[in-house]
Design a protein around this ligand. Structure first.
Ligand code: NOJ
Length: 413
């Protein structure tokens, strides 16, 4: 099935068990409505008005370049993000994805982290330059093998894989030879790559997203010049859509994924656009990334509009989360109270949508792990699990305990 977004071993010594994650939930009175307080007389255990539909798929999301590292291993080709990150001055602190979370080598440990959370699903992306180092031509079997191992490990642990085929790591060879996404040849190469991955993985992966946040890599990468491939005046020679393209684009989708982070407030006007953006107040609360206004109602309105306007029958929240300045406290715990506030509020909006019948079938929290936040480097942390980049030690944050409790109850605590 395709949509748009837009083996079996060991918990390594030191991986947290589900019990450890839950224990953390009881670590303080910081979670006013979690396991401990829900048992007090005046708080109902689970109010029906707080629950999600049966079978709701709770999970977490990541993307290849942001977590894998191993940038030159097993025949992987260069991507536009490697090229961009290795150029001086492009990324905060000169950070690169060369090592990132070293997930390429630590994926088993990371699957155990998901299991400890109680996650039922996981959204990852396949790195095109691992599978086709030159973008087209001969596939690299070792590149695909990594995703075979990952998928097998997920399934052996009862976690349903969702794969994204393009999360921004275009093979540099395609940028150099044909001009990347400004050329029709890249779309054709993408179709061949997508077909190849689907052929190899679809015996075990039932759900594929095609591209992640089209507008981000088009606008930030080709207009604003702040993302790879760092172009600011592209577009002049871009081929026009043909009728045939539009027919292909209009093919029905099995489902739609949307990444929901922040609201944009608008009002109706009598101009052709029909609306204009209302500037937010200077004092409007924000999360740690400057672009992220706090606006939990977005997680109600976005899926609701998708249903009403496009009549979508199966919706996934393919990403939602927030950055924070997480640091372990003296007792070793990461008290990310801001993320818990964020999740509690946003998930209440999502619960309202599902209770009103909006067909949201699953939710992928961004992100499982702290990771390479593109031009912001490693300074902004989005993970449920803290990563100490020097040692690669993983530590579930307080929000992991909160989220685990949401999953366990299939309801808001
Ligand atoms: C959306 C992107 O898909 C993801 O890669 C990024 O890290 C998050 N937004 C947070 O900015």
């Amino acid at each position: 099935m395709a949509g748009q977004s837009v083996s079996s071993k060991i918990a390594k010594a030191g991986s947290p068990s589900r019990r450890d994650v839950i224990k953390l939930a009881g670590a303080g009175a910081l979670l006013p409505a979690t396991a401990a307080s829900a048992q007090t007389a005046d708080v109902p255990a689970v109010s029906a008005s707080r629950s999600f539909p049966p079978g709701f798929l709770w999970g977490a999301a990541t993307a290849s370049y942001q977590i894998e590292g191993a940038w030159q291993e097993d025949g992987r080709g260069e991507s536009i993000w490697d090229r961009f990150a290795h150029a001086p001055g492009k990324i905060r602190n000169g950070d690169t994805g060369d090592v990132a979370d070293d997930h390429y080598h630590r994926y088993r440990e990371d699957v155990q982290l998901m299991k400890a959370l109680g996650a039922r699903t996981y959204r990852f992306s396949t790195a095109w330059p691992r599978v086709f180092p030159q973008g087209t031509g001969n596939p690299n079997p070792k590149g695909l093998d990594f995703y075979n191992r990952l998928v097998d490990e997920l399934l052996a642990n009862g976690i349903e894989p969702f794969a994204t085929l393009y999360h921004w790591d275009l093979p540099q060879a395609l940028q150099d030879s044909v001009g990347g996404w400004e050329s029709r040849d890249t779309a054709k190469a993408f179709a061949d790559y997508a077909g190849y991955v689907a052929e190899k993985l679809s015996d075990r992966v039932r759900k594929f997203f095609t591209t992640n946040e089209l507008s981000a890599f088009v606008e930030l990468g080709h207009r604003d010049g702040i993302f790879a491939p760092f172009l600011s005046s592209a577009g002049a020679g871009v081929p026009k859509f043909t009728d045939e393209d539009l027919r292909a684009i209009a093919s029905p989708l099995d489902f739609v994924g949307i990444n929901v982070y922040t609201p944009v407030y608008v009002r109706a006007i009598g101009a052709p656009s029909g609306y204009e953006v209302v500037p937010p107040a200077k004092s409007h609360p924000r999360m740690a990334s400057s672009w992220q206004l706090f606006g939990p109602e977005a997680l109600y309105w976005a899926p609701r509009h998708l249903q009403k306007i496009w009549n979508v029958k199966e919706i996934y929240i393919s990403e939602n989360g927030c950055g924070a300045a997480d640091e372990p406290a003296a007792d070793g715990i990461v008290y990310d109270t801001d993320r818990i506030m964020f999740l509690r509020s946003y998930l209440a909006s999502l619960q309202r949508a599902t209770a009103e019948g909006v067909p949201v079938r699953g939710y992928f929290l961004w992100s499982l792990l702290d990771n390479f936040e593109w031009a912001d480097g490693y300074g902004t942390r989005f993970g449920l699990v803290h990563v100490d980049y020097a040692s690669q030690k993983r530590t579930p944050k307080l929000s992991a305990a909160y989220y685990s409790e949401v999953i366990r109850r299939n309801a808001l605590p």
